[in-house]
Design a binder for this molecule. Structure first.
Ligand code: GKR
Ligand code: MG
Length: 437
């Protein structure tokens, strides 16, 4: 591995974009039901010296297509020239607008995804060249391990994938527990016990928005009864509540919540509720880009912004967001979607570099049963993931797993996440509503 002469730096010679499908159980949310497979895209950049950097982003055919188009910009570029790469991508694709995010709980903007994919892979390469972990490129390690929260879901019975709504009778421990139905407080408490036992999580988040507020709030109360004050609890109905519903149930949950995530839709409604209840409000839906920060500050719409490097345009943008949050008296934590170990490694490097980490971060990782990195799933110790110590991201692509998961993508036929369509397969009359209760 050698540095290029005359300040030219290592140049990208090739980009490989591989869509994959990973088995996902039938999890419920405000937008419907998870499909039997979640889609991800694995990006590899290779330099002229043969150094390969990797990254992972949510899978979406249109974004993959745009990434292929971005090859024109990335090929031949010096991996250190991230500012220039970003400028050229913005000029080519035009800046994302807030509308492009979509109404679903997850983000569908192109540019943030593309830049995140390219930036993380470039940082992986730079780390390999300089023999430093990515966390060092973000400012250095503030902690050795990054804490995550148990992320609970209401769900139908089933393992997902080919098994769909049936269970694999050979599974044990958490692998068996994650197949169980959870549609009421008892099911949620059982899920929490099994997940916390397997991973050692010390904070708990419940994804709501799937059932009537009474059932979901009763589930939070049951978690509080089961785990006591020592385990911080959060609840996220993905903005499906009306303001008056959020006020009623926000007040009821005030004594038991660490924070309430996106109870209502939009900065105005969040700001209104913010003044009416004591519980801190968090968001990954109402303030989702730097463009939305001025209004968020003017209105006072939330206390905690849940960054996601896939949606905010990379790891360095998330570090910048942390500074903005500090300036305006906000906290920063992290949002997630179904993901594998490359994304988790990037999240851990970021989490380790953030100056302050007041809350355990979100991760869907326990719901996934497959991996695309060598050595299998990353390990959790008492709910935290130790920062990988190798150069770059510190994780390597398992080529045979990549090929298998790509074939699974081709076979499953899914091209884009659509939880409404999946829900209609079970309840044909069901339709997505931005605000339901
Ligand atoms: O995986 O169903 C899910 C979640 O609802 C996810 O899509 C959200 O983006 O985890 C997310 C959230 O915190 O809103
Ligand atoms: Mg959320």
């Amino acid at each position: 591995m050698k540095l290029e002469k005359s300040g030219k730096g290592p140049l990208v010679r090739e980009i490989r974009i591989t869509p994959i499908a990973i088995v996902d159980p039938p999890l419920l949310n405000a937008a419907g039901l998870h499909a039997p497979y979640a889609l991800r895209t694995i990006v590899e950049l290779e330099t002229e010296d043969g150094i390969v950097g990797i990254s992972e982003i949510p899978g979406n055919e249109a974004i993959d297509e745009a990434l292929r188009e971005a090859s024109n910009i990335i090929i031949g570029k010096d991996v250190y020239q991230l500012g220039k790469i970003q400028r050229e991508l913005e000029a080519w694709f035009g800046k994302d607008s807030s509308q492009d995010r979509g109404d679903a709980p997850w983000d569908q903007r192109k540019l943030v995804h593309i830049f995140s994919a390219l930036e993380v892979a470039c940082l992986d390469i730079i780390g390999k060249i300089t023999n430093r972990p990515v966390v060092d490129l973000l400012g250095g390690k503030m902690r050795d391990a990054v804490p995550f929260a148990a992320y609970l879901f209401f769900k139908y019975e089933g393992a997902g994938g080919k098994l769909g709504f049936s269970k694999d009778p050979a599974a044990n421990g958490w692998a068996a527990a994650r197949q169980e139905k959870a549609i009421d407080p008892e099911g949620i408490v059982a899920q929490a016990r099994a997940m916390c036992q397997a991973y050692g999580f010390q904070s708990i988040k419940l994804k709501g928005g799937a059932f009537e507020p009474e059932v979901e709030v009763a589930s939070m109360q049951a978690l509080y009864q089961a785990f006591g004050e020592g385990v911080p609890l959060r609840f996220d109905p993905n903005a499906i509540w009306k303001p008056e519903t959020a006020l009623k149930y926000g007040k009821i949950m005030e004594p038991i919540l660490e924070y309430l995530e996106d109870p209502v839709r939009g900065q105005d409604h969040m700001a209104w509720l913010r003044k009416m209840i004591q519980t801190p409000l968090a968001t990954n839906m109402c303030t989702t880009s730097f463009d939305e920060i001025p209004a968020s500050i003017d209105l006072g719409s939330e206390d905690i912004i849940l960054s996601d490097h896939h949606f905010w345009g990379g790891l360095r943008a998330s570090m910048e967001l942390s500074r903005v949050c500090t300036t305006f008296g906000r906290q920063l934590s992290m949002h997630s979607n179904s993901h594998l170990g490359i994304s988790l490694a990037a999240m851990v490097h970021l989490g380790a570099a953030l100056p302050d980490l007041p809350y355990a971060l979100d991760t869907h990782y326990p719901w996934q049963s497959e991996e695309v990195i060598t050595g299998g799933a990353l390990e959790f110790q008492e709910g935290a993931v130790p920062v990988p110590s190798g150069p770059g991201l510190g994780v390597e692509l398992d080529r045979s797993a990549l090929a298998t998961l790509h074939q699974q993508y081709l076979d499953c036929g899914l091209k884009k996440r659509n939880d409404e369509i999946e829900m209609q397969k079970v309840h044909p009359e069901w339709t997505f509503k931005k605000i339901r209760w």
